[in-house]
Every structure is written in structure tokens, then in C-alpha cells.
Design a protein around this ligand. Structure first.
Ligand SMILES: [Zn+2]
Length: 146
């Protein structure tokens, strides 16, 4: 475990404590997920810095902004600097795929949600449902190996 002081430094250096992350915490906090966005110590555990984690079951959650991560439904290319944005979003998407693969290699489960998943009550319920199901699946898997 990392010390409280280290965690505070990590928190102070958050790249983005965004509204989306806080919303995700609001939705998933009730079933035990904690917001760890920007805590770089997670690189040693799952190879990247996820947005939320469920410690007891080993599930991490990524929440992706529809613009920055190139949502297939909502990404709209800006009118200017097209090359720059295309490159930026393509790199983000590649990194997202790499991160999720790394999490699985580390023996954890990864769930990815989009900004648009949190826009409606129905969407939030589906997020909660998927996350809860994943926790249950993980607990059962662990149970089988025990
Ligand atoms: Zn979207």
C-alpha cells in the first residue's frame, strides 16, 4: 500500500478531476468503487492509471469523454487543425486499448464507460448494472479458485 502522504501528492497532481469522473463516482461509489483518477501509483498494479477501482473484486473502470476518446456515436471532428485532432484522438484510442489489455494481463477486470452513458438516468442504471454484474462475476471466479 502507498502511504497517505504519497496519496495526497498523487491527488494534488491529478491531471483531471473532471465532472465526468465525479459523476461516475456518484453512480458507482455506492457499490464500492473509489475514484483514483490521476493516482500514478496504479501503474505498478495494473499498468496504467484507471479512473475508478473496486479493490475487493479487482475491477477497474475507465470513463471516456466522448470527444477525447473518439466515441463512435458522438465524436465530431473540429473544423480546424483536423490533422492534429485526428492524431490526438487516434493516439488516445490506441492507448485506451493498450491500457485495458494491460489491466487484464495484470489479472484485473476492466470496464469502459462513455460520457454519454451517464447523461440519462437509464444510462446510469445500466452502468451500475454492468459494474455490479462484473463484481459478482469476479467474486465467483475467485471463489472457484479458492
Ligand atoms: Zn458518446
Amino acid at each position: 500500500m502507498v502511504s497517505e502522504a504519497t496519496r495526497n501528492v498523487m491527488r494534488a497532481n491529478k491531471s483531471s478531476g473532471t465532472k465526468l469522473e465525479l459523476t461516475a463516482e456518484e453512480v458507482l461509489g455506492g457499490i464500492g468503487f473509489i475514484l483514483v483518477s490521476g493516482e500514478h501509483g496504479w501503474r505498478d498494479v495494473v499498468g496504467c492509471s484507471p479512473d475508478l477501482v473496486h479493490l475487493e473484486s479487482g475491477v477497474v473502470v475507465f470513463v471516456h469523454g466522448c470527444f477525447w476518446h473518439g466515441c463512435p456515436r458522438h465524436f465530431k471532428m473540429p473544423k480546424t487543425n483536423v490533422d492534429f485532432w485526428a492524431d490526438k484522438v487516434s493516439k488516445n484510442k490506441k492507448r485506451d486499448a493498450r491500457n485495458a489489455a494491460g489491466v487484464r494481463r495484470a489479472g484485473w477486470s476492466a470496464l469502459t464507460f462513455w460520457e454519454h452513458d451517464f447523461k440519462t438516468v437509464g444510462g446510469r442504471l445500466r452502468v451500475l448494472d454492468r459494474a455490479f454484474l462484473k463484481i459478482v462475476q469476479r467474486s465467483e471466479e475467485v471463489g472457484e479458485h479458492a
